[in-house]
Design a protein around this ligand. Structure first.
Ligand code: EPZ
Length: 417
């Protein structure tokens, strides 16, 4: 296993370019199942989770080839309907093949993804949604076994606006007979990006970015060539790293249009941002002020930025409160930040973050993707050496982060644990 070794404190300078979005790329790759023609995706980040999705598609009989930042997928020879546990257990987002398989083959066997560090991660909305589209869905030996003569349009309501739930069922509905209405659907920019691509493939979708989405099923979808949006969470992570190290950096390729809540909170805690162009900004700051954060579905403050803000707010001049309303166990980074000298007290789904003067380097352990980013941010600011273990969590969602940070002047290197 790899670890990061960071010598702090660092001050960052120069410019960095944001990679394509992991959470937009994954559903788009699964959408290739919906057509027998080539799906060509540009700006796809080179990440572990993307490689896993490619492997799963090949397992299903598709071709999936990466050429630099472009991935070409062709599912004309789809010859399996089974997403095996061995693959699904390494990446929960594998469930995104369920909807497309049901649309294309009318049957699917997808392993239940199981939970992960941040929560139980149930998939009841995915299952209930397929049933609303006239699928017969059973759970057998840890697998979701779904069959249908043909999917029929129906009415789907999400108790919680699930991101991959919305994506899965939107893809399923594109080839169903008749109209599907999804209520309380997720509005995340990655859901919108997927919908835009599906429409280019010939899907009939209304209300994208809204909480009521209507999909009129069509007989078939064509291939597509599409450029994936950039990663708003990576951009937010880099912004917070600049503020935590009292630096000023230029971020290029920032999807500012999708970052209102992140930018707003960043400015509220003392961050400075000067927007140079539609996707270029100079960000940083010298003082860090306390605040109150409550994570929410889009366009609210994203849960995927909670851990990173907890790191920088640990250096604020005062106490902050962070409420995690999306996942039931997404504070594991708090104990690790406290090992670096933070003073965070957890009570249920609330964290009180009492600002301290500085982080002091120590060995800490990553527990999940965004927690690892939070520990790297703290390590950059910490005095002395910080080792972040189990960095494979970070490799799932950040492309060459140590390279990007080194190019900004950070002293960070990857070593074998
Ligand atoms: C997506 O996960 C993202 N993953 C997550 O990013 C992100 O944290 C999450 O959305 C919230 O924004 C991808 O897009 C691949 P949800 P997803 O379904 O779709 C409950 C990262 O860091 N729920 O919106 O799995 C669920 O337990 C990852 O890149 C049900 O109860 O999240 C959670 O409490 C981590 N039943 C809430 O809804 C269901 O059927 C939101 O989950 C589905 C979800």
């Amino acid at each position: 296993m790899d670890k990061f070794v960071i010598e702090g404190p660092n001050s960052l300078k120069g410019e960095v370019t944001v990679s394509g979005s992991k959470n937009a790329s994954l559903p788009m790759m699964a959408a290739a199942i919906l057509t027998t023609e080539d799906v060509i995706l540009h700006n796809v980040p080179d990440l572990k989770d993307i490689a896993t999705m490619c492997k799963l598609l090949v397992e299903l009989g598709c071709r999936c080839k990466r050429e630099d930042k472009t991935i070409v997928i062709n599912c004309s020879n789809l010859d399996s309907n089974k997403a095996p546990y061995e693959l699904v257990k390494t990446m929960r987002a594998s469930i995104l093949v369920l909807g497309p398989l049901m649309a294309r083959l009318h049957n699917a066997e997808v392993s239940l993804p199981g939970g992960c560090a941040i929560g139980v991660r149930p998939v009841n909305f995915h299952i209930d949604g397929l049933r609303a589209l006239s699928a017969d869905v059973k759970i057998e030996n840890g697998y979701i076994v779904s069959t249908a003569k043909k999917l029929k349009g129906g009415s789907i309501y999400f108790d919680i606006p699930s991101v991959t739930g919305t994506e899965n069922l939107m893809m399923a509905a594109t080839l169903a007979d008749g109209e599907t209405v999804m209520k309380n659907a997720a509005k995340e920019p990655e859901v919108v990006d997927l919908a835009k691509m599906l429409i280019m493939m010939g899907a009939k979708i209304d209300g994208i970015g809204d909480s009521i989405i209507r999909i009129d099923g069509v007989d078939k979808l064509s291939g597509v060539e599409y450029t994936v949006m950039n990663d708003r969470i990576e951009a937010g992570t880099l912004m917070v790293a600049a503020l935590a190290t009292s630096s000023e950096v230029t971020i290029k390729g920032m999807p500012i249009y999708a970052m209102d809540a992140i930018v707003d909170k960043f400015k509220e805690i003392g961050g400075k941002i000067e927007i140079i162009d539609k996707d270029v900004a100079v960000v940083g700051g010298k003082t860090i002020k306390p605040t109150i954060i409550s994570t929410a579905v889009y366009p609210g403050f994203p849960t995927d930025m909670q851990a990173q803000f907890m790191a920088v707010l640990s250096l604020a001049d005062g106490s902050s409160i962070i409420k995690e309303t999306i996942f039931e166990n997404r504070f594991m980074h708090a104990a690790e930040l406290n090992r670096l000298g933070a003073n965070i007290v957890i009570s249920g789904n609330e964290a009180v973050v009492n600002g301290v003067d500085r982080f002091v380097g120590a060995t800490v352990m990553a527990t999940d993707l965004r927690a690892s980013a939070s520990l790297v941010i703290a390590g950059l600011a910490a005095e002395g050496k910080t080792e972040v273990l189990r960095i494979y969590h970070l490799d799932r969602g950040y492309e060459k982060l140590e390279e990007k940070l080194s190019n900004l002047g950070a002293v960070i290197r990857r070593e074998k644990e």
